[in-house]
Design a protein around this ligand. Structure first.
Ligand SMILES: Nc1ncnc2c1ncn2[C@@H]1O[C@H](COP(=O)(O)OP(=O)(O)O)[C@@H](O)[C@H]1O
Ligand SMILES: [Mg+2]
Length: 161
């Protein structure tokens, strides 16, 4: 989890790859109504998000194999969204990617081929309910990807060494 620009898609894909696991991006799981709404420039509300979260809970989290790792990259800004996804339940753990506003803005500006509405980062930072240590681990994305991946693997207990 994390706001836009925190590196969820980049880090999540690599983490899954390194662990021989499956990667899913929450952006790809929106129902057609949500895609239409976003395309029309309208923000999603919690009512729109409910079927999206329920779908990922069912088809990604609950469908995950006991062998190997399934990674879901999802902003999951509110505690209620994380609960809907099953965070804290058996086998479902949370990694929060966090960074300063300045760093995130810089990364978003440097990201190619990805449309981002102005004000998106501010609105996500305002919505973010920072997860407590009981929900999962927080990693500082100022660090190199390689370091972050190693830290995550250690925390997950899947490191080689
Ligand atoms: N740890 C990192 N160090 C340097 N650049 C990073 C790191 N993590 C992500 N990036 C870059 O930051 C940008 C945003 O990452 P992205 O994965 O698209 O974020 P999100 O999916 O959370 O919106 C991308 O251009 C990505 O290559
Ligand atoms: Mg992404």
């Amino acid at each position: 989890m994390g706001v836009c620009g925190s590196g969820k898609s980049t880090f999540g894909r690599l983490l899954a790859e390194r662990c021989g696991g499956v990667f899913n991006d929450a952006d790809d799981w929106h129902p057609a109504e949500n895609i239409a709404k976003m395309a029309a420039g309208q923000p999603l509300d919690d009512e729109d998000r409910a079927p999206w979260l329920a779908r990922m809970r069912r088809e990604v989290v609950d469908a995950a194999s006991n062998e190997g790792l399934t990674v879901l990259a999802c902003s999951a800004l509110k505690r209620a969204y994380r609960e809907a996804l099953g965070v804290g339940e058996d086998g479902v753990v949370l990694i929060h990617l966090a960074g300063s506003r300045e760093l995130l803005a810089e990364r978003l500006a440097g990201r190619a081929g990805h449309f981002m509405k102005p004000g998106m980062l501010e609105s996500q930072l305002a919505t973010l309910e920072v997860p407590g240590p009981e929900e999962g681990v927080t990693l500082d994305v100022e660090r190199r990807l390689e370091d972050l991946l190693e830290a995550a693997e250690r925390w997950l207990g899947v490191a080689d060494g």
